[in-house]
Design a protein. Structure first.
Length: 308
């Protein structure tokens, strides 16, 4: 009877060239212990095309230089794949896909989750209902032929912020207002939340920057306030992703409550636009006049030479 596995596929990138890792092939996969942190790089790795199927993951991941790990929980329950310490050539960070099936038999695979991260923040991916004694395979891959050094640990505690796909940036309307006002509400289902963390990242930045930590307010009846806001002032034009992370006590995993893009541009004032248009018109006029003068001189010289 064929044994079945679960596959975790992490897409990553590296900053400097190093030798190919031994676990480039699934047959030489590295076995992980609970809470054991390992560091690795995707540089020099190659793809075993018989062991992957791009049709199952769509645009979430593209295979270029993968490597393999294995983890087997001794107790059934919830676990976290924590990814941190990324040092990547580009800003996109890692991607994670979870599959089940028999190794190197794509026809048996089933996708459990697929998350594109978009940055190099320290993040975790929560995996519910892992089974004791069941081997889980982790496949790490370099995104779009990029290379990345990363740290990876499977544990029963989350580290960093929850991984989630970013909202679309293409639909964001640019604004010339440098003051950003964020609003959010605390749903009843998150009544145990004690504080919010506000973070921001510009598209060219590798990591998000913490802006503020806001405590959950209490009503006169002892309940939690529902409505919250935060004001930020941008120093430079750019495209910024804001995230609101809800945090709770007793080692409960943080939850990404809200995220949104803001595109800040500096538009030229009307008077300045008119002055710029005038300067451009005057410049074109001067260039045309100089061109005519040059042509007249050439014509004069040509006539003089013919007379000689």
């Amino acid at each position: 009877m064929a044994s079945f596995y679960c596959f975790l596929i992490v897409n990553a990138q590296f900053l400097t060239a190093t030798a190919q890792v031994p676990n480039d092939d699934i047959e030489k996969r590295r076995v992980l212990r609970l809470n054991e942190q390992v560091t690795s790089t995707t540089t020099g790795c190659t793809v075993q095309w018989a062991c992957v199927d791009e049709k199952l993951t769509g645009k979430c991941i593209e295979y270029h230089n993968d490597q393999w790990f294995e983890f087997t929980p001794s107790v059934s329950g919830r676990y976290y794949v924590n990814i941190g310490g990324q040092k990547c050539r580009d800003t996109r960070g890692v991607q994670l896909v979870v599959l089940t099936g028999t190794p190197c038999q794509p026809a048996t695979y089933r996708v459990l989750s697929c998350t594109s991260l978009g940055s190099q923040d320290d993040v975790f991916v929560m995996l519910d209902s892992l089974q004791a004694g069941q081997p889980y395979l982790l496949d790490v891959d370099g995104y779009l032929k990029d290379f990345c050094q990363f740290a990876l640990v499977v544990s029963q505690q989350p580290q960093g912020r929850p991984a989630a796909a970013e909202p679309s940036l293409s639909s964001v309307v640019p604004t010339d207002a440098r003051v950003v006002q964020l609003y959010w509400t605390l749903p009843d289902s998150l009544g145990s939340t004690t504080r919010f963390q506000v973070v921001r990242r510009e598209t060219a930045e590798f990591r998000s920057q913490p802006l503020a930590a806001l405590e959950v307010g209490r009503t006169t009846y002892g309940g939690s306030d529902q409505s919250y806001s935060y004001t930020d002032t941008l120093a430079a034009p750019g495209r910024y992703l804001y995230q609101i992370v809800a945090q709770a006590p007793n080692n409960a995993p943080p939850l990404l409550l809200q995220q949104q893009w803001v595109a800040y541009v500096q538009r030229m004032p009307s008077a300045a636009k008119k002055q710029a248009a005038t300067r451009q018109r005057d410049s074109r006029t001067m260039m045309q006049w100089q061109r005519r003068q040059h042509q007249a001189r050439l014509k004069h010289l040509s006539t003089t030479e013919k007379r000689k």
